[in-house]
Design a protein around this ligand. Structure first.
Ligand SMILES: Cc1cc2nc3c(=O)[nH]c(=O)nc-3n(C[C@H](O)[C@H](O)[C@H](O)COP(=O)(O)OP(=O)(O)OC[C@H]3O[C@@H](n4cnc5c(N)ncnc54)[C@H](O)[C@@H]3O)c2cc1C
Length: 410
C-alpha cells in the first residue's frame, strides 16, 4: 500500500455501492482505489448479514434496473445457493409477477466480489479506516486521510465517491447532510436443526458439506429478525455512544429471543443457537448528502430529465422511480465529490427506495461513470454534461425513463 500513489478515482466504502462505483471507474480506464475499513467487501449486504437481493423489476414482469446491478445479482449466487426465478435467467421480460430478486449466502457473495474487482484492476485497500479528508483552497477534495497497518497517510485522487453508507467523507469535508431515524432490529445467522425455513420472506436455507465432501445431515443456517419499533433519535445526530447502544441492544433482543425459545420448548441450546452476528451496525439510514436535488416521498412514476436509471419499489408491485443525477452530488460542494448508495440524496419514503441493494448498485455504477467522464471532460461532476452521461449509461444497457421499460407516468 503506497501513500505516494496518485489515483484518478478514490471510492470510500466497499459496500455494494462502492463495489459498483469502483468497478465502473476502473472499467472506464481510470486508476481506482477502493477503501474499506473491514476486511470484507459487500458492506451491509454481506458483512451486515443481509441476504436478500431485492428486485430489479417493477413486480409486474418489467425489468427496470440494469448494468452492474444485474451483474452483481448473478455474482451473488455464483459460489453459493439461491436462484433467480427461471423466467428472468435469459433476460426475458415475461408477464410474470415472480420478482427478479434472489436470496444469497453473504459469504459466497463476498468471494465473488473480491474476484470481479481484482479482474477489473481495482486497487483494494482493506482494513483501512477513513478518518479525514484533505482539500485545496478552492474547497475541492484532494485526498482521503486513512489509517491502517502501514500507519496514517493520505490517499490522493482527483475524484472521490462517498459510498460509506453514512456520508463519512461528505461530513468530514463539510458538505450539508440529511439524517433520519431507525428502529432497533437485528439479523443474525442461526443454527436451527430440522428447520425447513424461517418465516416467509425471511428464511434462508443453506446446504453444506463436511470437509470430506459428504452432505451435512440436517443443519441449516437461518436468519432471525427481532424488531423493536422504538425511535433511537439517530436523526438528531450519530455518535459513538449511539452506535454502541444500538448494537448492544440488538444483541439483547436476540438473547431474549433464545431465552424465550428455550423456555417455551421451541428449541434448546444444542439445536437452536446464534451462529454468526453481524459485524457492522445494521442501521437502515443514518446520513445522506443534501444533494443538488433531494428525491422526495411520492415521486415514483415521475419523469426526471436527468434520470440516470430506474428502480422498483421492493415493498409492492407497481411503483417505479427514476433517479435524478443531481441526487449524486452535494448542493454546495465540496468539488470533486459524488455520493452513491445510502449516501445519495433522498428523504422520507424515497430513502426507503434508495437505501437498498439494487439502488446502491445502480447509483454506484452511475457515480463511477460520472467520476470518469468528469475527469475526461476536465469539469467538476456537478458541471458534467448530463446528456453525455446518460448516453453512456444507455450504451451500458441502462433504461432511463419509464416508457423505455413499457411503463407510463402517473
Ligand atoms: C436490518 C436491515 C435489513 C435490510 N434488508 C435488506 C434486504 O433484504 N435487501 C436489500 O436489498 N437491502 C436490505 N437492506 C439495505 C441494504 O442492505 C443496505 O442499505 C445496502 O446494502 C447499502 O449499501 P451501501 O453500499 O450504500 O452501504 P453499506 O453497505 O453501508 O457500505 C458502506 C461500506 O463503507 C464502509 N465504511 C464505512 N465507514 C468507513 C470508513 N470510515 N472507512 C472505511 N470504510 C468505511 C463500511 O464498512 C461498508 O463496507 C437492509 C438493511 C438493514 C439494516
Amino acid at each position: 500500500m503506497d501513500f505516494e500513489a496518485r489515483y484518478d478515482v478514490v471510492v470510500v466504502g466497499g459496500g455494494i455501492a462502492g463495489v459498483a462505483a469502483a468497478l465502473q471507474a476502473a472499467r472506464s480506464g481510470k486508476k481506482t482505489a477502493l477503501l474499506e475499513k473491514t476486511v470484507l467487501l459487500g458492506g451491509l449486504a454481506t458483512t451486515g448479514l443481509i441476504f436478500i437481493y431485492l428486485p430489479l423489476c417493477d413486480g409486474n414482469g418489467r425489468q427496470v434496473t440494469f448494468g452492474i446491478c444485474e451483474e452483481l445479482i448473478r455474482l451473488s449466487i455464483e459460489y453459493g445457493p439461491g436462484d433467480i426465478p427461471d423466467n428472468w435467467r435469459n433476460g426475458e421480460n415475461l408477464e410474470e409477477v415472480k420478482r427478479l430478486r434472489c436470496v444469497f449466502s453473504p459469504a459466497a457473495f463476498m468471494l465473488a466480489l473480491d474476484e470481479v474487482l481484482e479482474k477489473a484492476g481495482v486497487d483494494i485497500w482493506l482494513d483501512t479506516l477513513v478518518c479525514g479528508v484533505e482539500k485545496d483552497a478552492g474547497n475541492n477534495l484532494t485526498g482521503i486521510v486513512v489509517e491502517n497497518k502501514s500507519g496514517r497517510g493520505c490517499v490522493h485522487g482527483r475524484r472521490f465517491i462517498d459510498a460509506s453508507g453514512d456520508c463519512e467523507v461528505a461530513r468530514r469535508a463539510g458538505a450539508s447532510c440529511l439524517a433520519d431515524d431507525n428502529f432497533l432490529s437485528i439479523w443474525a445467522l442461526q443454527y436451527q436443526e430440522n428447520a425447513a425455513s424461517l418465516s416467509p420472506g425471511v428464511g434462508m436455507h443453506v446446504g453444506g458439506c463436511t470437509a470430506s465432501g459428504q452432505p451435512l445431515a440436517k443443519p441449516e443456517l437461518l436468519v432471525r429478525c427481532g424488531l423493536d419499533a422504538s425511535s433511537l433519535n439517530i436523526s438528531s445526530g450519530i455518535s459513538g455512544r449511539k452506535v454502541t447502544d444500538f448494537i448492544l441492544n440488538g444483541r439483547k433482543l436476540l438473547r431474549e429471543h433464545y431465552r424465550m425459545a428455550y423456555e417455551n420448548g421451541a428449541g434448546n441450546r444444542k439445536n437452536l443457537y446464534a451462529l454468526k452476528l453481524p459485524a457492522m451496525a445494521q442501521f437502515r439510514k443514518i446520513y445522506c448528502i443534501e444533494g443538488a436535488y433531494v428525491l422526495q416521498t411520492g415521486q415514483n412514476q415521475q419523469r426526471f430529465e436527468d434520470s440516470i436509471g430506474m428502480v422498483g419499489d421492493w415493498r409492492k408491485a407497481g411503483p417505479v422511480w427514476e433517479i435524478p443525477y443531481r441526487t449524486l452530488y452535494p448542493k454546495n460542494g465540496p468539488g470533486g465529490l459524488l455520493a452513491a448508495g445510502r449516501c445519495s440524496a433522498a428523504a422520507g419514503d424515497a430513502w426507503e427506495i434508495t437505501r437498498v441493494i439494487p439502488t446502491a448498485a445502480m447509483t454506484g455504477q452511475a457515480a463511477g461513470l460520472a467520476a470518469a467522464m468528469s475527469l475526461d471532460a476536465g469539469v467538476d461532476p456537478a458541471a458534467l454534461d448530463v446528456e453525455a452521461l446518460r448516453n453512456e449509461l444507455r450504451a451500458l444497457g441502462f433504461k432511463l425513463h419509464l416508457p423505455e421499460a413499457g411503463l407510463a407516468y402517473s
